[in-house]
Design a protein. Structure first.
Length: 115
């Protein structure tokens, strides 16, 4: 059973930083693609950043140059460093893993950026 547990969300002022973490269990982490999505109220869930097992990284245009995704295979953990946060980054952030032939989601962590 794959489990993803996020942490690190919170309230921050515009221009501030947060680092999200997601610890995975129940799969071969090093072989899995990992990602972060966000979902704002009334909007669809959208990809923020993704990192493959081989280290290929992609970002949504809205976060390029501000957010950095990374992974530590020894700790089964994926991170999202978020800098220069904007009010429009406010959303629930979900960890995602593609493993064992399907996608899995964490429970989400709230990020609120005040202006």
């Amino acid at each position: 059973q794959v489990q993803l547990v996020e942490s690190g969300g919170g309230l921050v002022q515009a221009g501030g930083s947060l680092r999200l973490s997601c610890v995975a269990s129940g799969s071969i982490f090093s072989a899995a693609s990992m990602g972060w999505y966000h979902q704002a109220p009334g909007k669809q869930r959208e990809l923020v950043a993704q990192i493959t097992s081989g280290g290929f990284i992609s970002y949504a245009d809205s976060v390029k140059g501000r957010f950095t995704i990374s992974r530590d295979n020894a700790k089964n953990t994926v991170y999202l460093q978020m800098n220069s946060l904007k009010p429009e980054d406010t959303a629930v952030y979900y960890c995602w893993q593609y493993a064992l032939g399907r996608g899995y989601w964490g429970q989400g962590t709230q990020v609120t950026v005040s202006s």
